[in-house]
Design a protein around this ligand. Structure first.
Ligand code: AMP
Length: 298
């Protein structure tokens, strides 16, 4: 499984505390979550200031870093703040650094991967990685965010078209399709040549729709949210990693993958940066997976 996305240093403020220059980035969260299920490789870029300890951590997780370019300049920096509506991140500062003008080079040994996650980056960069693969992967999952929808919604829609699963959250879906109704937004995703639509709803779970079915994954009733940063990326990494591990893209298995994704994303929110993701085990994930079953049993 290959993951494209940012590797970042984040400064975060939530009602429960602060962190400065903590490890972050879409590829970092997604591949760390995916490594609980599969063996991910990253395509990304960092600056010379990116601490070696973070590279060592990723490597220890069995994550392949052959596709991580070390460039002159600073690592991507994001500063965000969450208020009491913990689902909404306010961006206080973004410094693109080495991400500006980044031209990804997919290593030869990645080019036959069957599972590809295109995390948050310019749609043109996402497309370039897809085009460098030797053949179309069995599954292409992509992600987007308001930053890229604001800049070029048509380019984002093209990526929705090129992906099997185009992930977005509720706010992003409303923005991209100009509707207040999530069911309508999901139908718009299906119209863009997609067999399925998944819309994440932050702490409230996710919906999964096909032409003739509907599934709702609940949010985990988490009582100690500390920092939701990376929840979307760890959700996406788990979804792709679990599907890569099982190799089954049937609807029933995608439903299971969504519950695993919700389970890992909920753990991620229990600590700042990747603190909690770093120490959860398969046992922890299964425990929450089983609790989800009880939550929807009636
Ligand atoms: P999430 O909370 O899952 O949406 O993702 C949060 C992560 O995305 C943070 O670690 C940020 O470093 C990273 N991020 C923020 N803005 C961008 C951006 N414009 N492009 C790529 N990654 C970003």
């Amino acid at each position: 499984m290959i993951t494209l996305g940012s590797m970042a240093l984040d400064s975060l403020e939530t009602p429960f505390g602060k962190a400065e220059n903590a490890l972050g980035g879409s590829a970092t969260y997604a591949s760390t979550a995916a490594s609980l299920f599969a063996k991910p490789g990253i395509v990304s870029v960092v600056g010379k200031d990116f601490p070696q300890e973070h590279m060592d951590f990723l490597q220890e997780r069995g994550i392949d870093l052959a596709g991580v370019e070390k460039a002159e300049g600073n690592t991507f920096y994001w500063k965000g703040k969450y208020g009491f509506d913990i689902n909404v991140a306010e961006t206080l500062d973004v410094q693109l650094g080495v991400v500006e003008g980044f031209k990804p080079k997919v290593p030869e040994e990645y080019k036959d991967a069957e599972y590809l996650f295109l995390g948050n980056f310019e749609p043109a960069v996402q497309k370039s990685v897809l085009e460098q693969m030797n053949k179309r992967p069995k599954l292409v999952v992509s992600d987007t965010m308001n930053f890229y929808i604001d800049k070029d919604p048509e380019a984002v829609k093209e990526m929705v078209k090129l992906s099997d699963i185009a992930l977005m959250n509720d706010g992003e879906a409303r923005q991209l399709f100009g509707t207040t109704n999530l069911m309508k937004a999901a139908r718009e995703i299906l119209k863009l040549d997609s067999e399925l639509a998944i819309i994440k709803k932050g702490e409230h779970g996710a919906i999964f729709m096909t032409k003739d079915s509907f599934f709702s994954a609940p949010g985990y009733p988490l009582e100690n949210v500390v920092d939701p940063t990376g929840a979307g990326d760890s959700f996406a990494g788990t979804l792709t990693g679990y599907l890569a591990k099982t190799g089954d893209l049937g609807e029933e298995n995608i439903r299971k993958a969504l519950i695993y994704a919700s389970s890992v994303a909920s753990y991620n929110a229990e600590g700042f940066s990747l603190d909690r993701l770093k120490d959860i085990s398969q046992e922890d994930i299964d425990k929450r997976f089983n609790e989800f079953k009880k939550i929807v049993d009636f």
